[in-house]
Design a protein around this ligand. Structure first.
Ligand SMILES: NC(=O)c1ccc[n+]([C@@H]2O[C@H](COP(=O)([O-])OP(=O)(O)OC[C@H]3O[C@@H](n4cnc5c(N)ncnc54)[C@H](OP(=O)(O)O)[C@@H]3O)[C@@H](O)[C@H]2O)c1
Length: 224
């Protein structure tokens, strides 16, 4: 049975990942900040564990609880949009640092802490949910903190893919599309089910050839 660990699994895309992998018979380890309040997740009958991706004590506790458990697929979905004010002249620097901590460093810290579990897994796939808004070659500007956090995540994971290839690990750097979630808003063209359907197909086909590449939910390559 495939074991899939998901961060930010209590709502949005993380919750839909948990739903679809559970429906397909995977053993799902669903991580979120407040398990007791994660009603939708708890209703899925998956294993729910506490994780704040910015908190080293929380990450270490999770890693200790999972010591010796192989993980086939690790999906880092947790992320934040950040403050309203993200303009060049109008910015809240403390909150901008928070966006980088959650979106750029968070997936790396979690993956580093669970690397031995991934190496022990069969699929050996690390997947990060990035955004097309992190593409510098296709940017209209604005939303500086969010864009910068995803551009940084892309670079981090591109480099991680190269270094961890020697351990047999593959890294998917995937854009989910613009999706109806709390972050995406109701005007987004895609629903979570369609986005995650596509992303699960991308994860299934992730290989040493596609590792470290920036790809959307439909399989289209995105310029850095
Ligand atoms: N929706 C879109 O259109 C879209 C487009 C491109 C990329 N993305 C990316 O897709 C990912 C998922 O987004 P979404 O649309 O599902 O967003 P969402 O509905 O706002 O959900 C965000 C999730 O991240 C969790 N989270 C935030 N900070 C965390 C932390 N410090 N530790 C652990 N979990 C934390 C939230 O948990 P709490 O409930 O505890 O806050 C929640 O589960 C994000 O990385 C986002 O940047 C989304």
């Amino acid at each position: 049975m495939t074991t899939v660990l998901i961060t930010g699994a209590n709502r949005g895309l993380g919750l839909e990942f948990a739903r679809q992998y559970r429906a397909n018979g995977a053993d799902v380890i669903a991580c979120c900040r407040a398990p007791a309040k994660a009603d939708l997740l708890n209703a899925l009958a998956v294993k729910v564990l506490e994780l704040d991706v910015t908190d080293s004590a929380s990450i270490n506790t999770l890693a200790a609880a999972l010591k010796g458990t192989p993980i086939d697929i690790l999906i880092a979905s947790a992320g934040i949009w950040g403050p309203e004010r993200q303009g060049a002249d109008d910015c809240d620097f403390d909150r901008i640092l928070e966006v980088l901590t959650v979106n750029s460093v968070g997936p790396w810290r979690v993956a580093r802490a669970l690397k031995a579990n991934l190496v022990a897994g069969y699929d050996k796939k690390l997947v990060v949910i990035t955004s097309k808004m992190g593409s510098i070659s296709d940017s209209s500007g604005g939303s500086i903190a969010y864009r910068a956090s995803k551009a940084a995540l892309n670079m981090i994971m591109h480099a991680v893919a190269k270094e961890w290839a020697r351990d047999g690990l593959k890294v998917g750097i995937f854009h989910p599309g613009w999706v109806q979630t709390d972050m995406g808003g109701p005007q987004a063209p895609l629903d979570a089910e369609a986005s995650i359907n596509g992303l699960c197909a991308r994860i299934a086909e992730l290989s040493t050839r596609t590792s470290g590449r920036f790809i959307d939910y439909a399989g289209k390559e995105i310029g850095w």
